[in-house]
Write a protein that binds this ligand. Structure first.
Ligand code: ADP
Ligand code: ASP
Ligand code: MG
Length: 466
């Protein structure tokens, strides 16, 4: 069996959905399990409606019309989603009446995107002559914990889901992104979580491959939206892909690699717009590559927290105390750097960290700077070529990007730097140019030798540094 997951843009309209039907139809001999995201833009629209409902009655007309158009173009019955649309309407009404939007009710609202799209896609498959049936992942037995907005499946789900899927005679079209907890509440796996769903289903059925069909030619040397000269990678390791995803390369959700690693199933990232392109295969081990840096990721909206305590030196256990505060408030720390009297930490700046800061202030001085970003170079070769770090610093200095923090360890497959968010695109483009666009690729990616004989270039560099 294989899993074929189609993201929002791949099921954005009738034409894209017909393309998906053809892709699935051509692979019936591999017994595909299809996983779908909501149609492009629908999750954001639902999120927006949910917040608007807090302020007063909010009609679901925008969501209804978006789906009606797709149904119309596919010549499917206009009332195909009536039952779910009515449920969504009631839920919205409840939220505007009560004036409260809990993480639990938000997950329930967001789940409609995938529930709609699975039904539309399965019905479209049938009109294209493919025997297919829509399934909500939780009805197959996908049970998660109760962390709304970022749930993870319970171990017992795998066997259950595997059994349910293997029994199906027609092509299952399964909702990505959602599950249910033990109490029966709908949960979501976090934004972009349909990739994770695909991998969960892949492990559940012991798939030979998990295919992530998206709108680019696989995992690329950087985000092609900000670096148009990005090119796709043939192969990378689970470790590299996890780092890239964690540091913001949206192309696969960071948790996708976990079930795949556990079951040893390759993940292949493919382009729905160019199905003949081989894309990128993600494997347990990728072959040694001459290129130390494989890809550059970036993540924005981070906060830098600087904790200062002149008494730290004499206090064993200070760090434990500090991290305990973050842990209790469930605030995730991304990067850490320490000196004798300060600890610098980064965290997602969109989360409310007020209560953590308040508590840390009881043991130290704290300063918070918002609008920071991390840029991360990923590649297993980095640890074999320490010159990479020097080259990255050189490049960022030449691009006049000021660094706030650096993270690199000998065993790492990444080097990450924190910088002001306003500089992030410039930094990524400069690093991309340095590591992927320079000629003579036979030269290892080490620090560039500067010719002392070229006074013009030296003057230009001096001028740039000012
Ligand atoms: P889908 O809707 O198919 O899940 P996403 O929008 O979540 O698609 O992810 C695909 C997008 O990820 C691409 O359009 C691209 O802009 C972005 N992206 C960021 N970093 C990378 C990268 N290193 N390689 C490929 N795509 C990337
Ligand atoms: N529809 C969800 C989102 O937009 C899940 C996904 O697309 O993977 O986050
Ligand atoms: Mg995605």
């Amino acid at each position: 069996m294989i899993v074929m997951k189609f993201g929002g843009t791949s099921v954005a309209d009738a034409e894209r959905i017909r393309t998906v039907a053809a892709l699935v139809g051509a692979r019936l001999d591999r017994r595909p399990v299809v996983v779908v995201s909501a149609h492009a833009g629908v999750t954001n629209l639902l999120l927006d409606l949910a917040h608007r409902a807090l302020k007063g009655p909010t009609p679901v007309a925008e969501v209804r019309d978006r789906h009606r158009r797709i149904l119309d173009e596919l010549r499917l019955p206009p009332d195909l989603l009536q039952e779910e649309m009515d449920d969504l309407r009631s839920l919205m009404k409840g939220i505007s009446l009560v004036g409260e939007l809990t993480p639990r009710s938000l997950d329930c609202i967001l789940s409609f995107g995938e529930r709609f799209s699975a039904r539309v896609v399965a019905a479209a498959f049938r009109t294209e002559g493919l025997a297919a049936e829509a399934r909500d992942a939780y009805d197959l037995g996908l049970v998660t914990d109760s962390r709304f907005g970022g749930a993870v499946p319970l171990e017992s789900s795998y066997a259950e889901v595997g059994r349910a899927l293997r029994k199906m005679k027609s092509v299952p079209v399964v909702t990505g992104f959602i599950g249910k907890d033990r109490q029966g509440n709908i949960t979501t796996l976090g934004r972009g979580g349909s990739d994770f769903s695909a991998s969960i289903l892949g492990r559940a059925v012991g798939a030979e491959e998990i295919q992530i069909w998206t709108d680019v030619d696989g995992v690329m040397t950087s985000d092609p939206k900000i670096c148009p000269r990005s090119r796709s990678l043939d192969v990378m390791s689970f470790a590299e892909a996890s780092e890239l995803a964690y540091y913001g390369a949206r192309v696969v959700h960071p948790a996708t690699m976990i079930p795949a690693v556990k079951a040893g199933i390759p993940i292949r990232v493919l382009n729905t717009y160019r199905p003949d392109h081989p894309g990128t295969v993600i494997l347990a081990k990728s072959p040694r590559s001459r290129q130390a840096v494989k890809s550059i990721a970036y993540r924005t909206h981070l906060s830098l927290i600087t904790v200062t305590s002149s008494r730290m030196l004499m206090q064993p256990g200070f760090m434990a105390k500090l991290f305990d505060v973050f842990g209790r408030h469930e605030v995730v720390i991304d990067m850490v750097a320490t000196s004798e009297v300060t600890v610098s930490l980064t965290t997602d700046g969109r989360k409310d960290i007020g209560p953590v800061i308040e508590e840390v202030r009881e043991i130290a001085e704290v300063e918070v700077e918002k609008n920071q970003a991390v840029v991360c170079l990923v590649g297993e070769g980095i640890r074999r070529q320490p010159g990479t770090v020097a080259a990255a610093f050189d490049t960022l200095r030449d691009a006049r990007v000021g660094l706030r923090m650096v993270s690199f360890a000998a065993s790492n497959v990444n080097v990450s730097v924190l910088l002001p968010q306003k500089d992030v695109e410039r930094a990524v483009r400069a690093l991309h140019a340095r590591f992927f666009e320079e000629e003579a690729p036979s030269k290892p990616a080490g620090p560039r030798r500067r010719s002392a004989k070229n006074p013009k270039a030296a003057n230009k560099r001096k001028a740039l540094r000012k």
